[in-house]
Write a protein that binds this ligand. Sequence first.
Ligand SMILES: NC(=O)c1ccc[n+]([C@@H]2O[C@H](COP(=O)([O-])OP(=O)(O)OC[C@H]3O[C@@H](n4cnc5c(N)ncnc54)[C@H](O)[C@@H]3O)[C@@H](O)[C@H]2O)c1
Length: 338
Amino acid sequence: MSRIMVTGGAGFIGTTLVRALLARGDEVVVIDDLSRPGSTERLDATRQLGGALHTEIGDIVDGDFVRAAFGRHCEAAPLDAVYHLAAQVAVTWSMEDPARDFAVNALGSFHVIEAARRFCPKARCLYMSSNKVYGGLEDLGFEPDPAGDRLRLIGMPEGIGNDRPFDPQTPYGVSKGTGEAYFRDAARTWGMETVVLRASCIYGPRQSQQEDQGWVAWFGKAVTEGLPLRIFGDGKTTRDMLFVDDLVDLYLRIVDGPAPTVGCTLNVGGSAASSRSLLEVVRALERLSGKTANMSFLDERSGDQKVFVTDVSATTAAYGWAPTTGPEVGLKRLLGID
Ligand SMILES: NC(=O)c1ccc[n+]([C@@H]2O[C@H](COP(=O)([O-])OP(=O)(O)OC[C@H]3O[C@@H](n4cnc5c(N)ncnc54)[C@H](O)[C@@H]3O)[C@@H](O)[C@H]2O)c1
């Protein structure tokens, strides 16, 4: 049994992780301010499962709160691992309120890694970053992909590797990149075991169904309930999709596995086999639900990468991990029909 802190443990990914940890008998401490729609309900449902779950409800921007929570749960023995998932998660909100975005993602992440350094310096600490730290990828060409009604990167069949230059774009990209830099540096400067994952599009059950973030879950709700579905651009925008259970599988391998290399930074995503355009996802949801989407098309949003496909080969080499749930199965599970 391990003792594990999960910040953002009431969120979509955090809840899925916490459930997996509790199921295998770990003791879990969740830090969350319950600011995201659905977080209170997700946490209540997790509590119903029983198991050794502790909660610390508060804002990671408040350094005193973060230190007190770590101090309390490290008093008897230091924690074994910390997953830092709490974040301001939407690019659109980061543009409306960049100061709050910075406070949560940069300063909040600083408080978390600092508290880990002080109270549990040997804990393995995972930071969930974003592919937005690679910027808009304007220098890369793309073309129609003969495999479907989608785009692919020219000359990069496996997608974007983690050797791509760090060039964060949008306030969200910059704040996530700042938090990431503190975690990476903690390995070099303080000798901590940190791992940074740069993630593409994650989807699955219990995801908040909002237009601003978590587009696959939002598309699922909009199509099945006949709500207006706004498509920014021509619908050919392409992403590799990763089902959340596959991500959690990687999380567990990282915390259970051998010590990471210093400053370990890896990509995680569905990889080329799971890349789909927005239109392909809409059509798949229509097929599965028997409903017709109520779509309209608007201008592209600034900062949106036209194509992002994740090269996960370094992650596979490091942890023997590969995604196993393709979009067809994953979308069924999202809609609760599998
Ligand atoms: N979902 C994706 O596709 C995706 C892709 C790349 C990176 N990520 C990253 O993964 C992590 C989890 O994302 P998610 O999709 O589960 O989002 P989510 O919004 O469902 O979960 C985030 C949780 O953090 C909590 N939170 C927000 N601000 C907080 C604060 N100031 N203090 C304490 N708690 C706070 C929210 O209440 C929520 O429960 C985030 O760091 C996000 O940036 C997600």
